[in-house]
Design a protein around this ligand. Structure first.
Ligand code: GDP
Ligand code: MG
Ligand code: ZN
Length: 290
């Protein structure tokens, strides 16, 4: 008899699934199958061996040290990009995450945490207004002195949300505020996972309901993109699309080519100059990755 479930954690050739009965089940998988990811829907046999990973609607991931794509999770409904005034975001962090989400067809949401610190956003992250103007969703939260996360909680009620962002911005604190019985879930999970596993570096799904779950991505992420073509990178800048087909050259990189309509749009304020500047930095970064 087979059983269906959701992968909540996977490492080496093992994982933990939340079965549709609600039970947590450890499973193992043969190497010939694709590696299951947190967020995957799977089928196990009666001996808890993996039979099938159901088709994914998307993957979300990052570049490794050699510039190759490494998937972190699957079947996301949104990527929650968490930033805070402390630690301040590195210059292109948000643009990188946005690009990764948009390329994979995952809705990005920028969460500005630690509102209680009272620091003016324009002073520590001047691109935020431009992102709001382009229509990217921005939600402000705080976890201290008491949590204020209602808008984010409402959004996360449906589908799978992945919390991304550099270490220290408050991802785990947000998870605590969003998942009511987090302590019990965490201890149930570590009981099934057993000792000797690097649970502090493994992405984990915390189910909220049949319909929803939140993925925390622990560990220190200096988030980097993977090697990709300029055309792929440009999918991370959808606001260029209305202009780029007026560029003189079909393969225009929107750098210093003559007749570049994207550069002209940035110079005349039709698209934010900060996004064009971010594009040029990520394009240069691609040359280093490749
Ligand atoms: N002042 C303030 N501190 C916060 C807030 N959220 C989290 N922190 C603190 O920031 C630190 C890092 O939080 P944590 O949730 O571990 O961040 P993570 O590394 O992204 O998971 C901890 O000391 C938290 O108490 C907040 O909204 N305001
Ligand atoms: Mg954390
Ligand atoms: Zn151009």
């Amino acid at each position: 008899m087979s059983q269906a479930g959701l992968v909540v954690r996977a490492w080496a050739n093992r994982g933990i699934a939340q079965l549709d009965t609600g039970k947590l089940a450890p499973f193992h998988f043969p190497r010939r199958l694709i590696r299951p990811l947190p967020g995957d829907r799977i089928v196990l046999d009666a001996a808890d061996a993996l039979i099938e990973v159901l088709p994914r609607k998307n993957e979300f991931g990052r570049g490794d040290a050699r510039g190759r794509f490494r998937a972190v999770a699957a079947n996301l409904d949104r990527a929650v990009i968490v930033i805070a005034p402390r630690p301040a975001p590195s210059p292109d962090l948000v643009h990188r995450y946005l690009t990764a989400a948009l390329i994979h067809g995952v809705e990005p949401v920028v969460v500005v945490n630690k509102r209680d610190l009272g620091l003016r956003e324009g002073e520590w992250f001047s691109d935020l207004d431009d992102l709001a103007e382009l229509g990217y969703r921005i939600i402000r939260t705080r976890c201290k002195p008491q949590a204020e996360v209602d808008e984010l909680a409402r959004l996360c009620r449906d589908g799978i949300s992945l919390l991304a962002g550099q270490s220290g911005v408050g991802k785990t604190s947000l998870l605590n505020a969003l998942v009511p019985d987090l302590d019990e879930r965490t201890s149930a999970l570590s009981h099934v996972t057993g000792k000797g596993t690097h649970t502090t570096t493994t992405a984990t799904v915390y189910p909220l309901s049949d319909q929803a779950g939140i993925i925390d991505t622990p560990g220190v992420w200096e988030y980097g993109l993977w090697a990709m073509t300029p055309a792929e990178l440009e999918r991370g800048f959808p606001e260029f699309a209305a202009h780029s087909h007026h560029c003189r050259f079909r393969n225009c990189r929107h750098d210093s080519e003559p007749g570049c309509a994207v550069r002209a749009a940035a110079e005349s304020g039709l698209i934010p100059a900060s996004r064009h500047a971010a594009w040029l930095r990520l394009l240069a970064e691609q040359r280093r990755i490749a």
